[in-house]
Design a protein around this ligand. Structure first.
Ligand SMILES: Cc1ncc(COP(=O)(O)O)c(C=O)c1O
Length: 489
């Protein structure tokens, strides 16, 4: 039934949702906690409309009339560059996705091939399609028990770079959705040894470097260009993000290319509120990072210790840390192997929401992943009790879902994307070439790319994700993945 024109269904639903009292362990990192994010909270309220100004407002985005100094916007971006240790920082209003699109467009001016971690976010794939960049993949290490991909080792990256001497850059993602951090210094060394830059999608690590217990940031570890989703754990408003250019040997080369690519994909009406929230997040991290982040770390440390003490759920952190590529874990993440305690991850996520109003960032079949944004706090005892109220189930009725082996490539990514396509029932898709990039979301890592051959294992996995209470498949023709788009014969 079509709603009445007098209704405002989205705004109503949003306001209802805002009135509920959830424990939020997902993005955005401010986690709806005005008491811990006062400056950001003050951006809203009745003054909001007055701050929703058009771009190129003098004295805000542009220098004030008669002033020969930098505009407040430029100053804010310069302060961000200083805070993160970049030569230059760009504010983004279409998320880290935009940062990945920009990076791909910039790289294409240097050449046609990049060596890229296969488990990059789908926005890197989209960026490569837009730019016409050919991707040669380096495989991440996989944890089959938890059903998750980590990062890449320097040895694996070096091998791929050797096999593709024409590559103009290496492109990796770290930390992973599970907070596992790769050795960016080692990755930078092998990349720089070939005379090319290292691009790091650090979407989940915008808070790194603002507390001694946090992992080192990619910029401080030798990355040349870093994509950072500040709204995730850094505490700005959803959709706001940053792109940082390191002050390294590739800065002169990349700087004008990034400017040009920004012009191509940045809206001509960026939101002043999003920009302001980035400025505030930077200030908060710089001024209150030690105390704020310290409190968030302490909460999650206590949660891990209490869960361990109760003995029901196996702590997955040691096994994640043991992966060949992992050198550190983000303490603002908490991964709970609920399957080891008798509850599949998807079921645990649903029950925590329904029974306890606890929202976690994501679930896989085996675990749930929660996070705290820098400075946010939680009622640890409430979380631990809620976890222990989850039912111990007969897991024979819930056989584990495994990540499918990757499809083999039959056609170039961009050629496949622009080829004539047809939509077929999923049962007839096996053996055909996918026209779409399909990614179980979260984490949004494509399970199949345009140009790859669809297998039963891939479509079964995607269909079970689509059918699970919280999964969806980005890029699919229909929500339950009953049909798939393939290259026409
Ligand atoms: C590794 C990675 N990069 C980029 C993105 C895109 O970030 P955004 O939602 O800010 O566009 C995500 C989103 O989850 C991600 O996980």
């Amino acid at each position: 039934m079509t709603p009445e024109p007098a209704s405002a269904p989205y705004a109503d639903a949003l306001q209802r949702n805002a009135a509920e009292h959830w424990m939020r362990l997902g993005v955005p990192g401010h986690q709806y906690q005005p008491e811990h994010h006062r400056a950001l909270a003050s951006l809203a309220g009745p003054g909001m409309l007055a701050m929703d100004i058009p771009m190129f407002t003098e004295g805000v985005d542009l220098p004030a009339p008669g002033s020969d100094g930098p505009s407040p916007l430029r100053q804010a971006m310069d302060l961000a560059a200083q805070a993160w240790g970049a030569r230059r920082t760009w504010f983004l209003t279409n998320g880290a996705s935009q940062g990945n699109h920009v990076a791909c467009l910039a790289l294409r001016s240097l050449g046609a091939i990049a060596v890229v971690q296969r488990s990059v976010h789908t926005s890197v794939i989209d960026g490569a399609i837009l730019a016409g960049l050919r991707l040669e993949f380096v495989l991440p290490t996989i944890d089959p028990a938890l059903g998750i991909a980590h990062g890449v080792t320097a040895a694996a990256l070096e091998q791929q770079l050797r096999d593709h001497p024409d590559a103009v850059a290496a492109y990796v993602v770290t930390p992973s959705y599970f907070g596992a951090c790769a050795d960016v210094s080692a990755l930078a060394d092998v990349t720089h040894a070939r005379g090319i830059p290292l691009i790091v999608d650090e979407a989940w690590g915008s808070h790194f470097g603002f507390h001694p217990e946090l992992p080192a940031s990619a910029l401080h570890s030798g990355a040349d260009l870093v994509i950072s989703s500040t709204h995730k754990l850094g505490g700005s408003l959803t959709q706001s993000a940053m792109l940082h250019l390191a002050d390294g040997p590739y800065a002169d080369l990349l700087d004008p290319l990034i400017d040009r690519a920004m012009m191509t994909v940045q809206t001509t009406s960026p939101s002043a509120l999003l920009y302001a929230s980035l400025d505030l997040a930077r200030r908060d991290l710089q001024l209150n990072g030690l105390e704020g982040v310290g409190g968030s770390i302490a909460d999650l440390e206590r949660a891990r210790a209490l869960i361990s003490k109760r003995g029901r759920f196996v702590d997955p952190d040691p096994s994640i840390h043991a992966a060949a590529d992992v050198i550190a874990l983000d303490p603002l993440r908490i991964v709970i192997d609920t399957r080891s305690g008798g509850t599949p991850g998807f079921v645990a996520r649903r029950m925590l929401e329904e029974n306890s109003l606890i929202h976690v960032e994501m679930a896989t079949d085996s675990c749930i992943v929660g996070l705290l944004g820098a400075g946010s706090r939680i009622d640890v005892d409430y979380l631990v009790e809620a976890l222990h109220e989850l039912p111990v189930m007969d897991l024979g009725d819930h056989p584990p879902i495994h990540l499918p082996p990757l499809g083999t490539r039959a056609m170039d990514l961009r050629e496949a994307y622009f080829s004539p396509t047809e939509i077929v029932p999923v049962g007839e898709a096996t053996g055909r070439i996918s026209a779409d990039s399909l990614a179980a979301y979260p984490p949004g890592v494509p399970n199949i790319l345009p140009g790859e051959i669809i297998t039963d294992a891939i479509s079964d996995f995607l269909r079970s994700t689509a059918a699970s209470p919280y999964g969806w498949v980005r890029g699919s023709v229909d929500p339950l993945l009953q049909r798939m788009r393939v290259i026409a014969r």
